[in-house]
Every structure is written in structure tokens, then in C-alpha cells.
Design a binder for this molecule. Structure first.
Ligand SMILES: [Zn+2]
Length: 64
């Protein structure tokens, strides 16, 4: 495993829901408040895809 991959892995493990939502909002050029207003929340993701930070953005009401 390269240092880059290891760091990414480490970062993914310590990333909190709040930190993910802030990063997602920043990438989307919106605020976390905007995301929540539109019922978008971070949810744990275990797809293990390359580049996945362990979280996904989902609609609040999509949860059973
Ligand atoms: Zn994922």
C-alpha cells in the first residue's frame, strides 16, 4: 500500500459525519445548512470503492 493510499485510508477512518457533510458541501459549493434543508444527510458507506471516504450523501427519508 502506498503512503498516499494509507493516508486516505486513515483519513476515511477518522472522518466524522459532520466533517464529511462539510467537505461534501464545500465540493458542491453549498452549505451544510442547504444540504439539511434539502434533507440530504451523510450516511456510513462500506462500498470500499477507490476514493470512497466511508460516507455517502443520501436523502433522509430514504431510510426505512
Ligand atoms: Zn462508498
Amino acid at each position: 500500500m502506498s503512503v498516499d493510499m494509507w493516508l486516505r485510508h486513515l483519513k476515511a477512518r477518522v472522518l466524522t459525519k459532520g466533517a464529511f457533510e462539510r467537505a461534501y458541501a464545500q465540493r458542491s459549493h453549498v452549505t451544510v445548512e442547504f444540504l439539511h434543508q434539502h434533507r440530504r444527510v451523510g450516511k456510513p458507506c462500506d462500498c470500499r470503492e477507490d476514493g470512497c471516504d466511508g460516507w455517502q450523501m443520501a436523502h433522509e427519508e430514504s431510510e426505512p
